[in-house]
Design a protein around this ligand. Structure first.
Ligand code: GAF
Length: 393
């Protein structure tokens, strides 16, 4: 991974966070944790339709260091880009009569949301510092990695029952209520349960995950950040989710997971039809792709990636010209199996699967073809949230 996301990158983030902790609060932090961002290989906009997704956790992480403190007042500081907003926030622990609500700075809403939805009591007050190598607005789940890191940090201060799926769900709830994004479960799930050397085939209905080995030295997973900032807090993401729910209702199904393409056309307007069309086929593509990966059939996997991208561009309408150029450029290079936009869309990143010996020429070709300034990450599937150092007595 280019620089910051490597194992050394975690060490550097940790050291930086510890330095700021000492300067801001004095003394040593008792706890250090981290939680990864993710890249989704295939299965886009299927999670909130109870479908299948195939993401992997990244070496890019959010680190939190901190300690419990007496009283009710919590202090949190971020040393990561905070979009010109204050980098420090103070708030009181929630009570029944005074829950934590959304406010400014925006980044603190993820922290407050997780505190509000934390699954054990009594939470002590705390002081903490956050540092992250997950690019903000890059479609690599910087928000889920922050939520899951906060939850993992709180587990060290006030242990819960250790149920990992319930942890992911609590973090998803935080995103719904405190960031205002009605996201599915994929990002939080893989940030909690990611497995080194594996992608995770997640069934978003049963919330069961099957690890799929992905550690072939002849294969490279290349992420290209278009550096077009994406944001899911606008109306496009919620409107896609509503269109899908509407389509399922028209078909008399509880979700599009149970729908088939038969008779779709006669029963809904063209936009609703397009959205349902994408979701139904994308769920099937994801099952097929996971199977191809298990067999090492990379060419087949790559073909499904491109089909997924085209469907997101033409039917679901969540791509943008910059992502389309990145995918088209990657696909022109000999040795590239497949490429697609990844995440919510409207900017952010593409993910490309290629032969390791094609890496240099692929990066060079994309740089030539893309008029913006892309950032590249050569990445590997990594472990989910973890404790970096425990509570000192
Ligand atoms: C965002 C959401 F947070 C996920 O839940 C998922 O819907 C994704 O967009 C699209 O696949 O990352």
């Amino acid at each position: 991974m280019d620089g910051e996301g490597s194992a050394a990158g975690v060490g550097a983030l940790l050291a930086a966070a510890l330095r700021v902790y000492e300067r801001s609060y004095g003394g040593e932090a008792q706890v250090a944790v981290c939680a990864p961002g993710r890249v989704n290989l295939i299965g886009e906009h299927t999670d909130y339709n109870q479908g299948l997704v195939l993401p992997m956790a990244l070496p890019l992480v959010t680190v939190i260091v901190g300690s419990s403190t007496s009283g009710q007042s919590c202090s949190v500081e971020t040393i990561t880009d905070s979009a010109d907003e204050p980098r420090r926030v103070d708030f009181d622990l929630p009570t029944e009569s005074s829950p934590l609500t959304r406010g400014r700075p925006a980044w603190a809403n993820y922290v407050k949301g997780v505190v509000q939805h934390y699954r054990a009591q009594p939470l002590p007050a705390f002081k903490a510092v956050i540092a992250s190598s997950v690019p903000l607005g890059g479609g690599l789940s910087s928000s889920a990695s922050l939520e899951v890191a906060v939850y993992t940090f709180l587990q060290q201060l006030c242990p819960d029952d250790g149920d990992k799926v319930a942890k992911a769900v609590a973090c998803q709830q935080a995103e719904h209520t405190h960031a205002g994004v009605p996201c599915g479960i994929m990002d939080q799930f893989v940030s909690v349960l990611g497995k080194e050397g594996h992608a995770l085939l997640i069934d978003c209905r049963s919330l069961e995950a099957t690890p799929v080995p992905l550690a072939d030295p002849a294969l490279v997973i290349l992420i290209t950040n278009s550096n077009v900032r994406h944001s899911l807090t606008g109306s496009e993401y919620p409107s896609r989710r509503k269109q899908c729910e509407n389509a399922a209702a028209i078909l008399g199904k509880s979700s599009l997971r149970d729908a088939t393409m038969q008779n779709l056309e006669d029963r809904m307007d063209s936009v609703t039809y397009q959205r349902a069309h994408h979701v139904i086929e994308e769920i099937a593509r994801t099952a097929q792709a996971a199977d191809a990966l298990k067999r090492g059939a990379y060419a087949e996997f790559g073909r499904l990636m491109v089909e997924s991208h085209n469907s997101l561009r033409d039917l679901y309408e969540v791509s943008c010209p910059e992502l389309d150029v990145l995918v088209a450029a990657a696909m022109e290079v000999d040795g590239v199996f497949g490429s697609r936009m990844t995440g919510g869309g409207f900017g952010g990143c593409t993910v490309t699967l290629l032969q390791a010996d094609a890496t240099e020429r692929t990066i060079k070709h994309i740089q030539e073809k893309y008029s913006g300034r892309p950032t590249f990450y050569i990445t590997t599937p990594s472990e989910g949230a973890r404790v970096l150092s425990g509570m000192k007595s």
